[in-house]
Ligand binder design. Structure first.
Ligand code: HEM
Ligand code: HEM
Length: 233
């Protein structure tokens, strides 16, 4: 019989970041898509159409409210890269401060790729995010930051003189307003593509692996069987 060790891996700020950016992201995608392509039109006010539907106003209000949640969640996660435990701090994603750690991380990257290519039967990684996943999470962080910068810059444009204009208007010296909106729009589709692949791999890892990946992002705990304690970080 296999013996397992239970380890607390994802602390509350990591789970707060994950689930609040998933929830706010869902609102942002639906309302953002509507802002870019207003597919519901109320028509002229009449007996069946009240004059105060304000669909676009409500969509924009929900978009900006969710944007605040997303921005706070990302700031919390960035702070936690400095303060988190050995798994969630920046060096838990990529152990760039240790040559030995990097060597092991690169080995895990290669072995994880072999596992995905069906050249290896069992997943090699231990408790931290597997290095292939880390590469995709770095990309997602960059995409979320792009959304935050372009979003607040666009918001500053419609609220001239506001703090958002002062903080983010430099973005207009890189790209014109229409291009910023275009980047904001395209980035949404990149995040949607990431989400589909991420969900598939998270479910796959949970079914084929035995570390309890899926439960870990809810509870924070993972399982490691004792023969493998030397492989993970
Ligand atoms: C129902 C939807 C989702 C599920 C079930 C899910 C599941 C998971 C799981 C199980 C992990 C931990 C993986 C591990 O232990 O190595 C994780 C981490 C992560 N997921 Fe998701 N995910 C979902 C949606 C999303 C979305 C929509 C995004 C971004 C657009 C996202 C971005 C991330 C990131 C960045 C991490 C790393 C967490 C950290 O270290 O801060 N996830 N997810
Ligand atoms: C996952 C994150 C986000 C997604 C998927 C998203 C998506 C979108 C999309 C698709 C549009 C329409 C662009 C177009 O085609 O014209 C849009 C507009 C906009 N978004 Fe976002 N957005 C996100 C985050 C943010 C954030 C953090 C802010 C910050 C305030 C923001 C503010 C805006 C503004 C100001 C507009 C233009 C509204 C208008 O012209 O009426 N967005 N968003």
């Amino acid at each position: 019989m296999r013996r397992y060790r239970r380890r607390y891996v994802w602390e509350l700020p990591v789970r707060f970041f994950h689930w609040s950016h998933v929830a706010s992201g869902a609102v942002l995608v639906v309302t953002g898509y509507y802002i870019g392509n207003p597919f519901i039109t109320a028509g002229a006010p009449g007996p069946f159409v009240p004059s105060n539907l304000y669909i676009m106003n409500w969509m924009r209000f929900a978009h900006f409210a969710a944007a605040v949640v997303l921005t706070i969640a990302v700031l919390v996660r960035l702070y936690w890269f400095l303060r988190g435990n050995e798994f969630s701090r920046a060096t838990g994603w990529v152990p760039f401060t240790s040559a030995r750690g990097m060597k092991q991380w690169l080995w895990q990257l290669k072995e994880q790729l072999r596992f995905y290519l069906l050249l290896r039967r069992d997943a090699p990684h231990g408790l931290a995010h597997n290095p292939m996943a880390v590469l995709s999470y770095i990309a997602v962080m960059v995409l979320l930051l792009v959304q935050i910068v372009t979003g607040w810059a666009l918001f500053g444009e419609i609220t001239p003189g506001s703090i958002w204009w002062h903080l983010f208007s430099w973005a207009f010296s890189i790209l014109s307003s229409q291009y910023l909106r275009y980047v904001h729009h395209i980035t949404m589709w990149l995040l949607i593509v990431f989400f589909i692949v991420h969900l598939y791999l998270a479910v796959r890892d949970d079914v084929l692996g035995d570390s309890g990946t899926m439960t870990s992002i809810f509870s924070g705990w993972k399982y490691q069987h004792e023969e493998h304690t030397d492989e993970g970080s």
